[in-house]
Design a protein around this ligand. Structure first.
Ligand code: AMP
Length: 537
């Protein structure tokens, strides 16, 4: 067989030759949109590569982006890897110290920055070691204290048309993402052309997301969060119209776009779908074209899935990590489940699903032995596959994560006889009471299913007798008519869980702290309630 390298160059070539007239729609700050064809994307990608070459970018150099989801960001997605350089998509919500760390650690040479995000970079610029050029993703350079700032559109205009793409090896690095670390500095994962090519193919499998030419795809998930789950590559590979939500999108902006552009597939974390549910239930939107609302990055609360079922919007729960590119599994029903009771089918849809073709799962206990596929026994999820990382980039913290050819995910799961996994917790979030594990996720889901509750997080708090006991932190719905009391919540949990699982106390808080990509950040709550004394302790 021919040994044709699997590269992002071939993804773009295919997209341009087959789907040149398809469009990329970007929402603007004023609510309008910019439309560009794939053919225009191709031409501008060549100009960008030429411009970066003129700035001195060569093979293997890192080019950072600090940007929202937009057509210009998309141009960097293709120009940078295809010229042999490495695209580092920087999370715009990192704290200054983390931001300085990732930019210096990646050794970014050029930063492409959205104009409204310039102040954040200005604040850390003096501590950035190697950045030679700052490029603002706009027509001209606004007032800024940064040195050597260039305007993106001026660079493209000067660059001239055409670019001779170099021959690449499929194992060449193509992109770099840092995990949204919960402790310490973020850890980097280098993707290769091959891993991204194969991950893109997986997005098109009908057993996964089934992306195709007939789709209009809206990634709400940021292009700095695991490459927007790889969806922009899928859009170009399969010819889906791509709708990008631009600067500071909120639930209303997303729903406006979904309605107006007749979006068929939209993807985001549960937080955004929670916010959108309120607006949808108010009846303000008609989303007739939607075929899949992809919810991933954190567990979908079953109560939220029920709300979307009532709205008639099909939700698909998907799971993955920065280390797995990210798609690892999704929760489709199988044909043999067709006659199962509704409630059982519903439960399958709330799991993290079964492994995608290309990804293998194992679940092991603390001794490293495989646990039975009984849907009950807890163990750590291990993964391997051609788009699963084998190390962290220039980092020696990988020893516990990459062992014996497997990625140790840190996610504690059960798995059933059909291979569906259910995350019961992150290893570090499990509450260990008297030597037994309690799933904070199950308790949270039960509390969030109650009327009048907006959000809930359960954390382990040190206990003199049991080592740890669960404490429930609950955010009441702001405009709720009935707000549950502590006793209501405990009563509900007593009816659903073993006695020793029920939290020892409930505290009402203003909000659950969120990470930079919108997931619950329980570390902050654990710090806040570190010395919490239960009344019976
Ligand atoms: P990140 O690398 O930032 O994408 O975070 C990966 C982690 O997010 C995983 O290891 C899980 O703990 C969590 N995660 C991702 N998707 C899901 C999901 N569908 N359900 C529960 N947790 C998830």
């Amino acid at each position: 067989m021919m040994d044709v390298p699997l590269t992002i160059q071939s993804i773009l070539r295919h997209g341009l030759s087959q789907f040149g007239r398809k469009t990329i729609v970007t929402r603007q700050a004023d609510g309008g949109t910019v439309r560009q064809t794939f053919t225009e994307l191709g031409a501008r990608t060549e100009r960008l590569a030429a411009a970066l070459k003129r700035l001195g970018v060569t093979k293997g150099d890192r080019v950072g982006t600090f940007a929202w989801n937009s057509h210009r960001h998309l141009e960097a997605y293709f120009a940078v890897p295809n010229m042999g350089a490495v695209l580092h998509t920087i999370n715009i919500r990192l704290f200054p110290q983390q931001l300085i760390h990732v930019i210096n650690h990646a050794q970014d040479q050029v930063l492409l920055i959205d104009a409204d995000l310039l102040p954040t970079i200005e604040g850390v610029a003096e501590q950035l070691d190697g950045v030679r050029h700052f490029v603002v993703l706009d027509k001209s350079v606004p007032q800024t204290s940064l040195p050597n700032v260039l305007a993106y559109e001026e660079l493209l205009a000067e660059a001239g048309a055409g670019f001779d793409w170099p021959a690449l090896d499929e194992d060449d690095p193509s992109a770099l993402c840092y995990t949204s670390a919960t402790t310490g500095n973020p850890k980097g994962v280098i993707y290769t052309h091959r891993s991204q090519y194969l991950h893109t193919m997986a997005l098109g499998l009908v057993n996964n997301l089934g992306l195709c030419e007939a789709d209009t795809l809206l990634p709400f998930v940021p292009m700095f969060h695991v490459n927007a789950w790889g969806l922009p590559f899928g859009a170009i590979a399969f010819g889906s119209t791509l709708v990008l939500p631009g600067s500071r999108p909120d639930a209303k902006a997303i729903l406006d776009l979904m309605e107006r552009e007749r979006v068929t597939v939209a993807a985001g974390v549960p937080t955004i779908w929670l916010a959108a549910a309120e607006l949808l239930e108010a009846g303000a939107y008609r989303l007739e074209a939607v075929r899949s609302v992809i919810c991933g990055g954190a567990a979908i609360p079953p109560a939220l899935l029920r709300r979307y079922d009532r709205l008639g919007l099909p939700v698909l729960h998907a799971y993955g990590m920065t280390e797995t590119s990210p798609l690892a599994s999704c929760a489709h029903l199988r044909t043999w489940m067709a006659d199962w009771p509704q409630e059982l089918k519903f439960q399958v849809r709330t799991t993290q699903g079964s492994a995608s073709f290309g990804v293998e799962f194992r679940v092991v206990d603390e001794e490293g032995s495989d646990v039975p596929q009984d849907g009950k026994t807890f163990g750590q999820l291990l993964m391997r596959g051609p788009w699963v990382a084998s190390e962290y980039y220039r980092d020696d913290r990988g020893a516990d994560t990459f062992k014996d050819g497997w990625l140790y995910s840190g996610d504690i799961v059960t798995w059933d006889e059909d291979g569906y996994i259910t995350i019961v917790d992150r290893a570090k979030d499990l509450v260990k009471s008297g030597g037994e594990w309690i799933s904070s996720v199950d308790l949270e889901n039960a509390i969030m299913a109650m009327d009048g509750v907006a959000e809930a997080a359960v954390i382990g708090v040190t206990h003199p007798r049991w080592q740890e006991r669960p404490l429930a932190c609950v955010v009441p719905k702001r405009d709720a008519q009935i707000r549950p009391t502590k006793e209501d919540i405990l009563e509900r949990l007593r009816s659903q869980f073993p006695k020793w699982w029920v939290p020892d106390d409930v505290v009402f808080v203003e909000e659950i702290p969120k990470s930079s990509v919108g997931k619950f950040q329980k570390r902050d709550l654990r710090e806040r309630f570190a010395g919490y004394v239960f009344s019976d302790a």
